[in-house]
Design a protein around this ligand. Structure first.
Ligand code: GDD
Length: 382
């Protein structure tokens, strides 16, 4: 099947949508896919990345948003590629292009949705969801939470559950994180709590830093590592400095894609106590990081925000806490750090849970089936 993807979120940039889109691209009709992606911040890195893929990538001159210029570019690419279906990496705002694309090209348009779209209806912006989905043959959703938020407003012909998955052959309990831990200059004997994510308030790294002295009082050998980059970096650095040289916190910046599995393998407990902010518009759609952590065999502490609780089996593969409740976060970290046998059991259960329910080949197959159905229906006028 000849597919044209249009996305503003594309690796090598790090992030959930990028990871999601990158995996679908690599697994669903890669050799007959063309991608229109955003101009990269590091062109050399992007060129290396793009050349290594089985799909072809064309980089736009800026961001890929629903502007007249992008629409013209998409129409020209779709014609040249003889696309049978167009996939939008995110329904909002790119879905605004769908009615015009369907009209001009006579091909169905499918769009993915994430956490952002699900935050819109709660603040009276359901109209944006309606506008962005009215030309779609299908809209995909990532969790029960996002689907419940979106469903009353969706105008797409159909809704399909396609969550992001995990490559369980890359993220597995056999990965050795010892070398990376040494590189981070964290003692081999330390208990290591860690998080991997963009540094933004929703993800809760600020809470982890703030309550870390309390954890250290209970577990003097515990260290905290924060992987990722983002706008909160300076705030976090200042909060760490205030705790003095004995803080036992490392902020290690962005990890390369290849190093990600080792990041989790270096940790004993994963914690990202995310919280919903800004009247519900800043909400976790799902949280791939929890799945990656569990696939690697460590317990994951998730925040009660949006679809994040759906990624963890509370008490069995990790914990779900209120990201605004400092005592609850401390207590969850404390209890996992205090019980090595429980950690190991949770690691095994988490691995099983992710392998059974969230692993990539099965999810990618469902997406391929969805494209088949949509194209088939379009062709037969159904
Ligand atoms: N290489 C690298 N380096 N990857 C990173 C880094 C880093 O420093 N920091 C985070 N990542 C990766 C994680 O490993 C994970 O694969 C992804 O970026 C983060 O995904 P999510 O945990 O899902 O969060 P998000 O806020 O970026 O993603 C949004 O879209 C997702 C997919 O729909 C949110 O809406 C999520 O809730 C949703 O799951």
């Amino acid at each position: 099947m000849r597919v044209l993807w249009v996305t503003n979120d594309l690796p090598p940039r790090a992030g959930g949508i990028e990871q999601f889109v990158g995996n679908l691209l690599a697994r669903v009709h890669p050799s007959s896919t063309l991608v229109l992606g955003p101009a990269p911040s590091d062109p050399a890195e992007a060129q290396l990345h793009d050349r290594a893929q089985r799909y072809r990538t064309q980089r736009a001159s800026g961001r890929v948003l629903p502007t007249p210029g992008v629409r013209r570019q998409v129409v020209a690419l779709a014609r040249a590629h003889r696309a049978e279906v167009i996939v939008l990496g995110a329904s909002w705002p790119l879905g605004e292009l769908a009615p015009a694309l369907t009209r001009e090209l006579d091909v169905p348009v499918v769009a993915l949705s994430h956490g952002l779209e699900a935050g819109l209806p709660g603040v009276g912006l359901g109209v944006l969801v309606r506008r962005a989905t009215r030309g779609l043959a299908a809209l995909t959703t990532i969790s029960d939470f996002t689907e419940a938020q979106l469903a009353p407003h969706v105008r797409a012909e159909r809704l399909a559950r396609i969550p992001p998955g995990v490559d369980v052959d890359r993220f597995h309990p056999g990965v050795d994180g010892a070398a990376l831990r040494a590189e981070w200059d964290i003692p081999a004997s330390a208990s290591l709590v860690g998080t991997v994510s963009r540094l933004v308030r929703r993800k809760g790294q600020d809470r982890l830093v703030e309550l870390w002295p309390e954890i250290r009082r209970r577990h003097p050998k515990a260290w905290l590592v924060l992987v990722g980059e983002g706008p909160l970096a300076d705030v976090l650095d200042r909060a760490i400095v205030v705790q003095g040289p004995q803080a036992q916190i490392r902020r290690v910046g962005r990890a390369g894609w290849d190093l990600l599995p080792a990041c989790y393998a270096a940790m004993d407990v994963f914690a990202m106590p995310c919280r919903t902010r800004l009247a519900g518009t800043d909400v976790e759609g799902l949280g791939i990081v929890y799945l990656e952590a569990q696939a690697t065999g460590i317990p994951a502490i998730a925040g009660r925000s949006g679809g994040a609780p759906e990624t963890v089996r509370d008490g069995r593969t990790g914990s779900v806490v209120d990201g605004d409740d400092r005592d609850a976060i401390v207590s969850a970290i404390d209890s996992w750090l205090s019980d090595e046998a429980a950690r190991r059991a949770a690691g095994r259960a988490g691995r099983q849970w992710v392998t059974a329910s969230w692993s990539w080949p099965a999810i990618a197959d469902r997406f391929a089936d969805l494209l088949d159905e949509v194209v088939g229906e379009h062709t037969t006028g159904g």
